[in-house]
Design a binder for this molecule. Structure first.
Ligand code: URA
Length: 207
């Protein structure tokens, strides 16, 4: 898909999301947070749900966790404009509670469409909620972090700790910093993979 077409489709989706009434979060939100970034991004980062700052500004990861995410991106010589950043939910759950399964289910088609339009090389799930969405029943984030998974349709998934969880925990923080540094090599490896082999893939496999 050409860039202009991607931009147009993402803008239409943004508009649709801004009017969404599919779940009760529509009543409590200030603004929807559809996600943003490069329509041609090779990487989509997917967090959990908007927090207070995101709900106020309509921008994903614009608070303390976002500042840390920016630093992590900088450590691999990337900027947020080079990637696409989204969440499993487009609206803030009250008091930042965990997303409910019904909310995730209602919101998932928006994320699916964003992924389809952008066509990234890899999806990096941040934290347990986002990881569970893409790798249901496979295991907890501690077990799955920094492992590369292949899935038909979506291609590759690389789970990492959530920056907010790592922000106040020294061990998780160091691990996330080190894991992040693996991203450029993982991308290189993916690009070197022969595409026909991917299409044959039927099941989820550990890469
Ligand atoms: N945490 C998330 O999961 N997403 C955001 O956008 C901000 C904080």
């Amino acid at each position: 898909m050409r860039l202009e077409e991607k931009q147009k489709k993402l803008a239409q989706l943004r508009q649709e999301i801004s009017k969404c009434q599919k779940c009760p979060l529509a009543k409590s939100r200030s603004r929807t947070v559809p996600g943003e970034g490069d329509p041609n991004a090779q990487i989509i980062f997917i967090g959990e749900a908007p927090g207070f700052n995101e709900d106020q500004q309509g921008i994903p990861f614009c608070g303390a966790a976002g500042k840390f995410l920016d630093e992590l991106l900088e450590s691999i010589e990337m900027k947020r404009q080079d990637v696409f950043i989204a969440n499993t939910l487009k609206c803030r759950p009250p008091e930042n509670r965990d997303p409910e399964p019904e909310e995730k289910a209602a919101c998932q088609p928006y994320l699916d469409q964003q992924i389809e339009i952008i066509g990234p090389e890899i999806i990096i799930t941040l934290g347990k909620h986002s990881t569970e969405t893409f790798l249901p029943g496979v295991g907890g984030i501690t077990k799955l972090r920094a492992k590369l998974f292949r899935r038909p349709g979506i291609r590759y998934i690389f789970p990492l700790y959530h920056p907010a969880a790592a922000l106040h925990n020294g061990n998780l923080r160091d691990t996330l910093i080190q894991d992040f540094k693996k991203i450029p090599d993982v991308l290189k490896k993916i690009k070197a993979e022969a595409k026909p082999a991917l299409e044959k893939e039927q099941n989820l496999t550990l890469f």
